[in-house]
Structures are given as C-alpha cells and as structure tokens.
Design a binder for this molecule. Structure first.
Ligand code: GDP
Ligand code: MG
Length: 578
C-alpha cells in the first residue's frame, strides 16, 4: 500500500515516500515536495500516522477557502487508509489516494478521468479537456455540479475546476487555450466529416480501453475522445495506458481516416441531379477499380478506411451479390440515408454525407488518397441553402469535380431519342430537369467561397460524365466509332480520352448547348466522358423500386476514365499518359 499525490488538472502524480510531505505552488518562498502551480507557495503538509495520513493546513488563507471532498476543512484532518480525497485549495486541486499498488495505479490511471453529477444526473467520463468543454457549454453545471474522480469517492465542486477561465480576460484565455482544449476553427487540416479546420496539435485521440466509453458529443456508446498527454513513443496512450492509434476531429469528434495528418487526401466531388446515377456509379467504380488497375497498370486501388467506408462497401455488396434487379434496386440517396450521417456542427446535429476514402498507390510513390461523397441530388439545388444544409460544401474544397449528367432526364435528349425510335424504359419519367440549374448553382457556391468574379471559372478539373451510355448510344451519328478504351500499356491514352470527349461534346452541343456552355463557364479545364455504369439497359423492377441493373450482366463501360484523367492531372507521377 502507498499514498499518492496527484495534480488533478495536469494529471501528474508522485508517490508520497518521505515525511513531512509539503505541497504548494513552491517557488522561492517555499521548497515543496509536490508542486501544483497556482496554489499558494505552501498549501498543506502531510504527516504519516500509521497507515493513515495527517493533513495539516496552517496557512489561514488556504484554511478559510479550502474544502476536502466538497466539505469544509478543519486545520487537521486524518485521512484514513484505503480511501481517496480531493483537496480544493485556492488556485489548484490536489488528489490523494491510498493505492495497493501505487506504481501500477500511476501507470494505469493517469491522466485522470472525471464524472460530473448534478441534479439527479451523472455525465461522463470526461478527460480534463472534455470536462472544461462540458462546463463551458453547460454553465448551470458549474453552479450545481460536483465532479468525481472516476472510480473513487474523491470529489470537488465543478466551479473550482482550474480549466474554467474568464473569457473577458484575454491573457488568461490565451494562456489557457492550450489546456482548455478550445480549438480555433483555423488550421491547415479540414475535417472530412464536418468541414471545420484545425491544427494537427488540436486533434483528439480515440480511447481504446472499454472503461473509457462515453463521449460528450457522440454519446454513451462511443469511445471517449481525449487530448492525449502521454505516448508510448509514437502512439498516444489512454487513461489506462492503452495505445490509441485513431485520431478524431476536435470539432465533431468523428474518427479521421488512417494516416490523416501525413496524407489528408484530396476530395473528388461527385455532383449530379436526383436519379442521375451517382450512387450506382460510386459503388460500381469502387468495385471495378482494384481489378482493372491490377490487370492493366502497376497501380493498386485499396480501401483506405475500411471502417469509414463500411456503408458504401455494404451498398456495393448488396448490388453486386443481388440475384436480380429487384434485389439490386437501391434506395434513392435521401438526405439522412445510409451514405449520410448526423454530424455535430455549429452546436447542432446536421446530416452530412459520409466521406469515403480510397487509395491509389505504387511502390516508391506517395499514395493518392481520394475522398468521395455520395450526395443526395437535392443538396445541389439552390432551394437547399448551404447555410442550412452544408452537406455539399465539399465541392468548394475539392481538388477535382465529376459532374454526372443524365441525358435521360433532359427533355431535349428524350425528344431526340423518341424521334429516332430509341425506346428506353427510363425515358419519360416525371422528373424535372434541374441539371442546368445545378451547374449554375455549383458556380455560385464555389465562386462565393473562393471569391471568384462573375466570369471567372474554377481552377480545378471538371470531368463531365455523360452517363447511361447504354441508353443513348444510338444517338451518335452513323459511322461514329464507339468510345475507345483509355488504358494502353499501363498508361492513360490521352488521345483516346480527347477523342471520346470530342464526340460526346459534339452531341451535347447539338442537343443541349446551354449545358455545355454552363459547364465550360464553370471549369475551363473540362473533359467529357461517355460512360455506362451498367453496360446494359436498366431493367424495370417488379417491386415498384423503379429501375435497376441485372446484376450478372453488369459490365461497366469506361467508368474508370473520368477518375484516371483526374489522377493524371493531380498526380502525373502515379499515372503516365501516352
Ligand atoms: N440505363 C442505366 N441506368 C442507370 C445507370 N446507372 C444508374 N442508372 C439508373 O438511374 C437511376 C438512379 O440511380 P442512382 O444511382 O440511385 O442515382 P442518384 O440519385 O444520382 O444516386 C436508377 O434507376 C438506376 O437504375 C446506367 O449506367 N445505365
Ligand atoms: Mg444516390
């Protein structure tokens, strides 16, 4: 057995091995055995009394204000063995505990975690940053709450928590910004979940030990997010000494993708109207890329964040393992559907699209991490204001855009198809064609954030995908050669890309020229890509879920081309052009 003295706020502790044991702020006025900055130079003395401790407070100023486990203090208190105490003195908190294995206790229990009790409720556990944050956002807890050191009876009044600083004192709040866990909302990194910025030093760690379940933002089932103060040399340690490899955003507390600080990834935004085919496109793209790149190039396509990508991977499994179109029909991506998640942002919960991260790499090269989002189409329309629903703001941070145009929604395309006798089951669906509006709105949103002039285009590449080629291919004039393969000898055949683009653009200019003009005004660096996700006409389901592919017949056509073109621009060292 042995007694330990711990600075509650900093989470640093010491075995009490010699007596008398002096505790205080120290400095020139008093040499102390244990220093807690902020306390008067000498705050208390500890003497041995058998296995108990005798706590003496001689300083009248400390005596008048101090409390022990939330009760007033007499000048001498006997601290009985097998127990724990929190001495709250002006300027600091001292925790004393009698532990059976003091060294092990220090190793496993620091930094401390806390439970907050107020009214009938109990909250936490919190680490010291979380406790500060909780008291800031729930000021009434500061008045009524008592804070218990987790796993013990030691407690203090929440109002005495040293992390609470007066906001009107700029120097104090600056000094404390390091320990209070406040994040400024600026920094070189942007969270792929909530879109808020932060510095690498602001990231939180995700606790591993089961006892550390419960997070102030994510709820009681999730592991605690905490600001790490100890590491095992390269990984942060949680309060139980377990290494914690995962990092979380300091704003929304969502887990960041692996290696985020070394390689935060680049956003490739997929934009398009409702029912354009975005969800199928993303699911099938992530399915074909690993095999295609392995077969035709020396590149690897890997699932960069298996945990974060779960929903998209499940989605994909469901389509591709389906026996027929009825099973393969996927729900329309609703704001709030499976590719969305409620994210804590600006003090409320907002549905935001989940970032899906995939990685392209080759030995000896820095991998390219692409972040995709599967937005609901209505997120891109002007009615859905970004202020209220910021789920589409990733387009303003994107390194590249993919606009998925659905010719079957364009009345002009439908008329042309009908006049040529092309009869696709998806024609004449009662959907308003909002695609021109969406393109104009993209320009608006990006322009506002990037401060672009009215005639100024964005400087990121735009892959204009003309989807569902299976349905409209017969609109190409007689004798037009079919789109060409874009991978040749392990490289991107840029001539084939240009040829395919030229033919598709020509057709669009002929049928719906305003769309071409809008797209080119948005992004001068543009290329057109005829693709088909299914490679065959969609089948009408018999269960009323609309249209779907016939899974065994899925044979995508050129679905890889837009991404490979983008890759060749963003990372010419990874994929060469020929
Ligand atoms: N013919 C055809 N239909 C497709 C293709 N890709 C998607 N669709 C159909 O387009 C509709 C909308 O697809 P979905 O991916 O849900 O669109 P989203 O709203 O943009 O996510 C569905 O009925 C799909 O069956 C394709 O390559 N060819
Ligand atoms: Mg969708």
């Amino acid at each position: 057995m042995g007694w330990l003295a711990i600075d509650v706020f900093l989470g640093q502790g010491l075995k009490i091995e010699r007596f008398p044991f002096l505790v205080g702020g120290g400095g020139q006025e008093a040499a102390v055995d244990f220093c807690i900055k902020g306390l008067p130079p000498l705050a208390c003395t500890l003497l041995k009394s058998g296995e108990n401790l005798l706590l003496q407070v001689d300083n009248p100023e400390v005596h008048a204000q101090a409390e022990i486990n939330c009760s007033p203090l007499s000048s001498e208190v006997l601290l009985k063995k097998n127990s724990s105490f929190c001495l709250q003195a002006p300027g600091g908190l001292l925790f004393l505990i009698n532990a059976s294995k003091p060294d092990e206790w220090l190793r496993k229990s620091l930094p401390l975690t806390f439970a907050l009790k107020e009214g009938g409720g109990s909250h936490g556990p919190f680490n010291h940053i979380e406790l500060t944050r909780q008291l800031q956002v729930n000021p009434h807890w500061t008045i009524e709450g008592m804070v218990y050191i987790s796993g013990t009876d030691a407690c203090f009044h929440a109002s005495k928590w040293p992390g609470l600083v007066h906001e009107d004192d700029p120097i104090e709040s600056l000094k404390s910004s390091h320990t209070s866990g406040k994040v400024r909302g600026v920094g070189e990194f942007t969270c792929p979940h909530c879109g808020e910025s932060f510095e690498s030093a602001d990231t939180l760690s995700v606790a591993v030990h089961e006892e550390l379940r419960g997070d102030s933002i994510l709820g009681p089932d999730q592991m605690l997010r905490f600001k790490a103060t100890k590491t095992d040399g390269y990984r942060p340690l949680d309060a139980y000494g377990y290494p914690c490899p995962d990092l979380a955003c300091p704003h929304c507390h969502q887990k960041l993708p692996p290696n985020f600080l070394q390689n935060p990834g680049q956003i490739v935004s997929l934009v398009g109207g409702q029912r354009a085919g975005k969800s199928y496109f993303l699911a099938v793209l992530t399915d074909v890329m690993p095999t295609l790149l392995a077969k035709k190039t020396d590149l690897r396509w890997e699932n960069h964040d298996p945990e974060g990508n779960t929903n998209l991977e499940n989605y994909k499994e469901r389509i591709l393992s389906a026996k027929d179109a009825n099973q393969a029909a996927i729900e329309k991506t609703l704001i709030g559907g499976v590719t969305y998640k409620e994210i804590h942002k600006g003090g409320r919960e907002i549905p935001m699209p989940i970032p899906f991260n995939y990685r392209v790499s080759r030995d000896g090269c820095e991998p390219f991490v692409a972040t995709f989002y599967d937005n609901a189409g209505e997120h891109f329309t002007p009615q859905e204001s970004v202020e209220k629903n910021p789920g589409s703001l990733h387009v303003t941070r994107a390194s590249a855009l993919m606009f998925l145009f659905d010719p079957l929604q364009s009345p002009k395309f439908s008329r042309r198809m009908t006049s040529l006798g092309v009869n696709d089951p998806q024609l004449n669906q009662p959907l308003p064609d909002l695609q021109e509006i969406i393109l104009a709105e993209m320009k608006n949103r990006i322009g506002r954030v990037k401060n672009l002039g009215i005639n100024e285009g964005i400087d990121v590449p735009l892959a204009f995908i003309v989807g569902k080629y299976d349905a409209w291919c017969s609109l190409y004039a007689e004798g037009t050669p079919p789109p060409r393969e874009v991978l040749r000898n392990g490289a991107l055949d840029i001539e084939a890309v240009h040829d395919n683009s030229h033919v598709a653009r020509h057709l669009l200019l002929d049928i719906c020229p305003a769309v071409v003009r809008n797209a080119e005004a948005l992004a001068p660096k543009i290329m057109y890509f005829p693709t088909s996700t299914f490679g065959h006409n969609a089948v009408e389901t018999s269960n009323g879920k609309g249209f779907a592919p016939d899974p065994p017949r899925i044979k995508p056509m050129l679905i890889e081309a837009p991404f490979l073109w983008i890759l060749s621009l963003l990372r010419p060292d990874l994929i060469q052009t020929c």
